[in-house]
Design a protein around this ligand. Structure first.
Ligand SMILES: [Zn+2]
Ligand SMILES: [Zn+2]
Length: 129
């Protein structure tokens, strides 16, 4: 049977009197499962957890910045990409005299296959899907 320790962390308690809003501290009542420099802390108050949380938040901010940059880049390239896709949407096969999609091989008269990435990207860009 291992010894039970109480967390050494402190928690805020909101005052409840008529001057409520005064904040007091009391000791955390969770069990201290992590030892740190001779004291015991719960998962929330473990000083080492701050670093993990900060690293996690920094990673989230970094991911968000990268996501925003990606969206900016895609927006900036959108009309170029649309023009490029439209340029290759249908190709003319000289020997057969047919106009078809290089990706799904459907003829222009039947339209792209439902799984065709070129057709689907263009549909989205044109607001048709
Ligand atoms: Zn605690
Ligand atoms: Zn196609």
């Amino acid at each position: 049977m291992s010894e039970e320790h109480q967390c050494s962390g402190e928690v805020y308690v909101k005052g409840s009197g008529k001057y409520g809003g005064i904040v007091k501290y009391r000791q955390c009542t969770r069990s201290g499962r992590y030892e740190y420099e001779g004291k015991y802390y719960c998962g929330v108050h473990h000083p080492g957890m701050d670093h993990a949380r900060q690293a996690k938040r920094a990673k989230e901010r970094q991911d968000a910045r990268e996501g925003e940059a990606r969206v900016r880049n895609l927006n900036a390239a959108a009309s170029d990409m649309l023009a490029a896709l439209e340029a290759v949407e249908w190709v003319y096969n000289n020997s057969k005299g047919r106009v078809f999609c290089l990706k799904c091989l459907h003829m222009k008269s039947e339209g792209h296959a439902s799984s065709c990435p070129i057709g689907n990207a263009l549909k989205k860009a044109r607001g048709e899907s």
